[in-house]
Design a binder for this molecule. Sequence first.
Ligand SMILES: [Zn+2]
Ligand SMILES: [Zn+2]
Length: 277
Amino acid sequence: MSCSKSYLIKADLHLHTTASDGAYSPKDLIELAAKKQIKYLAITDHDTLQGLDEAAKTCQERGIVFFPGIEFSTVYSQHEIHILGYNLQLTNPNLISIVKKLQNSRWLRMEKMIAKLKSLGISIEKEELAKFSTNRNWGRLHLALVLQEKGIVNSTAEAFQKYLEPGAKAYVPRYRLCPFETLKIIAKAGGKSVIAHPGLSKADHLIPLLAEKGLIGIEVYHPAHSENECLKYRQLAQKHNLIITGGSDFHGHLAEDLKYLGEMPIPLSTLSYLKSN
Ligand SMILES: [Zn+2]
Ligand SMILES: [Zn+2]
């Protein structure tokens, strides 16, 4: 990512913690962000609200403006589309029940994937997963990390390619929301919906439809986006009257993740907009 920097305040609106598949606890990640002079941040763990209370408390102690968030993995006609929700009411009953359903489906899927790996001669115990995430909200990245640690693969990318991605030997699908129903869930909980890293989803044709149904922003700045993609999504945001956001999508398992933390050029107008809502 080499999009030009034109920001004055350091911010990061896309961060993962141990509440999902990140390497740092919410508290440790915010301490790290404070050291990097980040002034605004959002925690956006996959399909979970865990960790947001701890994050809010630590941000308050460090004088950082905090936006509670979530990242929903949705699917629409074979396209994987991630929707970020910001400023949600965390006590919203509908949101809580959806999140519970998604977590249960992740659990069930994990059991099935472990069984498939076993049938391939690869034995994985739950304790091994617990080394990478103590809160048991396990995803495929945790399995990939265990496979890497056991020396079965050389990298997490290889783990996905050989075993964990759709079509691979140990892949098991799980219950997923559709992006349009996700927009409704977020709106009902008083939140704002932003499409995450559209350059990875390859579903640009859906952005105008999502904008009509309540999408309010596009994550233009993301480490996986090229300069051309940043330009394309900036123009698309302007065309459809969407706000421009950005985030490092920090997970913290790789040393290079630190390079991007708080380094995406998020417009001040976006931060003011989120702060006032
Ligand atoms: Zn994502
Ligand atoms: Zn993410």
